[in-house]
Design a protein around this ligand. Structure first.
Ligand SMILES: NC(=O)c1ccc[n+]([C@@H]2O[C@H](COP(=O)([O-])OP(=O)(O)OC[C@H]3O[C@@H](n4cnc5c(N)ncnc54)[C@H](O)[C@@H]3O)[C@@H](O)[C@H]2O)c1
Length: 387
């Protein structure tokens, strides 16, 4: 099966499952997939709210060392056992079918590998890891155990992104020659978990430290970069970036950057990112693909393709929209994450995962190369970080 047929069949199967509605899902004879959640912070609470509305899943355990966060997670998963230490959970609880890793990013590799080594499949939040070497160890652990490792790039499932991928695969704008995109957003959540420096005892928001966040570009912007990589579907040759701290100067991680990525095809991608752009309005998230035959971008709730001397063609997004509304009580706030759980369930049953671990690794490697380029003030090549 080629990429596109693959993706279509995933979406169709997922859509069909969802369309069946809550009643039909509850009537399924399949037992729910029993999940353990590691990390019960802001993102986990969104996962748990969605999982509560999905009869395909049952959260049986939650691990988090922060008591208030663990308690909040527990209120969203009645009946789940709670642990302050995920290692104890993995050692003691034997009714787990799969583990969802939603810790601060520097812990993704450690927790994922521990779960895979125990023979449990894993859904790991983006970014896959904070170092390429860790991503390699995660892929190795998945291969060794023969267990699924699925990376949480749910924004590929955004209906406009999925439609642009479909159109690009059909050659709607010819070979892509340039990509222009940006993400202008507000600052990180000040209530994020605080990392305690073992030497000094100083506690710092984990998103402010290079060790715990890896790079601001790993924390956000990586969704867009993965989506553009997915649509572009070509190896990266070089990355050049400039960036720094123009507004939030009292932290290690940057608050703005401009990236240029050169693919081996000669295609250039320009991406601007900042954490002080919460007022950017409709310009906050932009993604434009320019091919040799036309230009493609999201516009007014559709995707538009414009070609020389032709009328613009508008593509409706309804067909790609997750059917979350059919499941009573589920959150409509994050339909892509809901859709991702449908695809994760399919992958657990043996379907080819919609997102591969190699995609997770490619995205982090690209962003880590950009971080390296902006720190070292030089153009870096794909081989400047481990294969
Ligand atoms: N896919 C998305 O759109 C998306 C959105 C937001 C966050 N994320 C990712 O989710 C992850 C968590 O982000 P967040 O916003 O929930 O952060 P957060 O700071 O709100 O929560 C992190 C939680 O991890 C817990 N934790 C710390 N050490 C732990 C350990 N050893 N074992 C278990 N739990 C531990 C903390 O106590 C805290 O409750 C990050 O990797 C982030 O990049 C993804």
């Amino acid at each position: 099966m080629d990429n596109q047929t693959d993706r279509r069949s995933f979406l169709l199967r997922a859509g069909a499952t969802a369309l069946a509605g809550a009643a039909a899902l509850q009537a399924q004879t399949d037992k729910p997939i029993r999940l353990a959640i590691v990390g019960s912070g802001h993102r986990a609470w969104a996962h748990l709210g969605i999982l509560k509305a999905m009869p395909q899943y049952k959260v049986v355990a939650i691990a988090d060392p922060t008591p208030a966060n663990l308690d909040k997670g527990a209120t969203l998963a009645p009946g789940a056992k709670t642990y302050s230490d995920y290692k104890k959970m993995l050692a003691e609880q034997h009714d787990i079918d799969a583990v969802v890793v939603i810790t601060p990013s520097f812990l993704h590799a450690e927790v994922t590998i521990a779960a895979l080594d125990r023979g449990l499949p894993v859904l790991c939040e983006k970014p896959m890891a904070t170092r390429v070497e860790d991503a390699n160890r995660m892929i190795e652990a998945s291969k060794k155990s023969g267990k699924l490792l699925y990376i949480g790039f749910q924004k590929r499932l955004n209906p406009a992104h999925a439609k642009m991928h479909e159109l690009a695969m059909q050659g709607a704008i010819g070979p892509i020659q340039m990509i222009s995109a940006n993400l202008f957003r507000g600052d990180w959540n000040p209530a994020s978990w605080k990392y305690t420096d073992p030497k000094t005892g100083v506690k710092t928001n984990w998103r402010y430290l290079t060790y715990t966040e890896g790079s601001a570009l790993l924390e956000d912007g990586i969704h867009e970069m993965d989506t553009m990589n997915w649509i572009m579907n070509a190896p990266v040759a070089r990355v050049m970036a400039s960036g720094g701290n123009n507004v939030y100067k009292d932290r290690q991680t940057i608050d703005n950057a401009s990236l240029i990525v050169e693919y081996e095809t000669g295609t250039r991608l320009a991406f601007d990112f900042c954490l002080f752009g919460s007022e950017a309005g409709p310009e906050a998230r932009r993604m434009v693909f320019i091919g040799s035959e036309g230009v493609m971008m999201p516009e007014d709730g559709k995707v538009v393709v414009r070609k020389h001397r032709s009328r613009p063609q508008y593509f409706d997004l309804k067909d790609n929209a997750p059917k979350i509304a059919t499941v009573a009580g589920s959150s409509a706030q994050d339909p892509e994450t809901y859709h991702q759980y449908l695809l994760f369930a399919e992958a657990l049953k043996g379907a080819k995962p919609f997102v591969q671990p190699e995609d997770g690794k490619k995205a982090i490697k690209l962003m880590l190369l950009a971080e390296k380029s902006l720190r070292e003030h030089r153009i870096v090549t794909w081989n400047d970080l481990p294969a």
